[in-house]
Write a protein that binds this ligand. Structure first.
Ligand code: HEM
Length: 423
């Protein structure tokens, strides 16, 4: 006979998770600030850092943001979905899994600083570092599967089947990551701009839509009456994606643009699906901010893909603006909402500090990207106006770093403890 759930287990699991996730956000932001300093004063590289060049530090910023900050709150959702809170070891299992995950990221950082890298953005895992994260993912999978097994009598038929199917799909992820980090594997590229094709962009964005749809279901923040529309449009979008040309498709092809434009449908749908005052009240403004970033992302992403605009912005700071719009804007706001829903945080401070600094960072980078093509020499020679833009970006970065430190410090604060006690 299984014991009753231990009170507070899920909240403690979430807090352990938040310490890792926000810890990586702080670390990756600190590296981002270092990069912003080096862009402003490139000579500091030789004077202070020797062989630890800008290029060696960049993967730490990118991969710690992606696999640390962007990924771990989603791991938190999976833990909440699968973990058996009646098991005395639930918190300990979480600590071991997240410890292994963080160790992989720390060792990865050492590898990249030492120049051991595949050279592929976000897939830098190479040589001895290549199996690290797949191994941590396999450990996570094993713990999730064990807990679902222990809960087999408690779970109903449909919910059990959903978890088993998800686990079967997740079993492929470690091998897929290991394989795709290989230098011999390349994504399909648009021959006209050197960027991703419309089909590829649509496919990866639909992957993100599916993840957020799933999160909303697990956290119970979706409106039940709107599910049919959401998932119906998802099936339609997947069919569009499958129907347009893959491989070397150009952004001058109308169907590639039309395919990507189907993403506009997600603006009203996401609004209706998430709307309705469901979920934790202190998470609402983070969901609202995530929606505003999502709307800006879909609009700006489509505009950036158009013939003429794409050529002008490709390989400029305009793309860096896009990356921060997506990850620092949308994903960060959504992840804060998730951490609040999971009870890892109660009411994180620094909402406006982060949002304002992130808007400033994205705006100045987009402006620089837009002007850059015609003024490449001025940027390269550090003219005062380009330096002013990089300085504004650095100031915004410092503000974002500060906000992330506030969140990290707020994890086990008194506010959260009071909130849990009141439950
Ligand atoms: C303290 C705040 C931040 C600062 C100062 C900062 C700074 C930087 C710098 C200097 C670069 C390199 C740009 C280049 O080499 O041209 C960069 C790239 C990038 N950062 Fe950040 N960043 C910050 C926060 C974030 C956050 C929170 C995320 C994601 C959650 C993020 C995701 C990225 C991505 C994806 C890129 C690659 C952009 C590209 O090359 O297209 N950054 N960041």
């Amino acid at each position: 006979m299984n014991p009753a759930p231990k009170p507070g287990t899920q909240a403690e699991v979430a807090r352990v998770l938040a310490r890792h996730a926000l810890g990586w956000l702080v670390a990756a932001n600190a590296v981002g600030v270092l990069l912003a300093v080096l862009l402003l004063w490139p000579d500091l590289n030789d004077e202070l850092l020797g062989s630890l060049t800008y290029g060696r530090w960049l993967p730490l910023h990118l991969d710690w943001q992606l696999y640390g900050w962007c990924a771990l709150p989603l791991v938190g959702v999976l833990l909440a979905w699968c973990l058996d809170a009646r098991q005395l070891g639930a918190v300990a299992h979480t600590r071991v899994v997240l410890g292994a995950w963080s160790l992989a990221l720390a060792l990865g950082g050492l590898a990249w600083l030492g120049g051991v890298t595949s050279g592929k953005m976000f897939l830098e895992w190479h040589d001895w570092a290549r199996p690290l994260l797949p191994a941590a993912m396999t450990l996570l999978w094993t713990v999730l599967a064990a807990h679902v097994w222990w809960r087999r009598d408690e779970l109903g038929g449909g919910t059990k089947a959903a978890r088993v199917l998800a686990l079967l799909a997740f079993a492929l992820v470690p091998a897929a990551l290991y394989w795709s980090a290989g230098r011999e594997v390349y994504p399909s590229v648009n021959p006209d701009s050197g960027g991703a094709t419309g089909a590829r962009l649509l496919g990866s964005t639909l992957g993100i839509v599916a993840i957020y749809g799933f999160i909303a279901e697990v956290l119970g923040v979706s409106r039940p009456g709107r599910r049919g529309w959401f998932w119906g449009y998802f099936v339609f979008s997947v069919a569009v994606c499958a129907g347009i040309e893959h491989g070397n498709a150009s952004h001058h092809e109308v169907l590639q643009v039309v395919g990507l434009a189907t993403l506009l449908g997600w603006l009203p749908l996401a609004w209706l699906y998430f709307r309705g005052g469901i979920g934790a009240p202190t998470a609402r403004r983070w969901w609202g901010a995530a929606f505003a970033w999502w709307a800006a992302l879909v609009g700006a992403g489509l505009w950036t893909f158009l013939p003429g605009v794409s050529e002008r912005l490709k390989f400029t700071n305009g793309m860096v603006a896009h990356a921060h719009l997506a990850m620092a804007g949308l994903v960060t706001s959504a992840n804060l909402a998730v951490l609040v829903e999971l009870r890892a945080l109660y009411a994180p401070r620094g909402f406006w500090l982060w949002q304002a600094a992130c808007v400033a960072q994205v705006a100045v980078l987009l402006a620089l990207g837009w002007l850059e093509t015609g003024h490449a020499a001025e940027l390269f020679l550090s003219e005062p106006w380009t330096q002013a833009i990089y300085a504004a970006r650095l100031a915004a970065g410092v503000a974002m770093l500060l906000a992330s430190v506030l969140w990290w410090r707020g994890i086990s604060g008194r506010e959260e403890a009071r909130h849990d006690d009141a439950e």
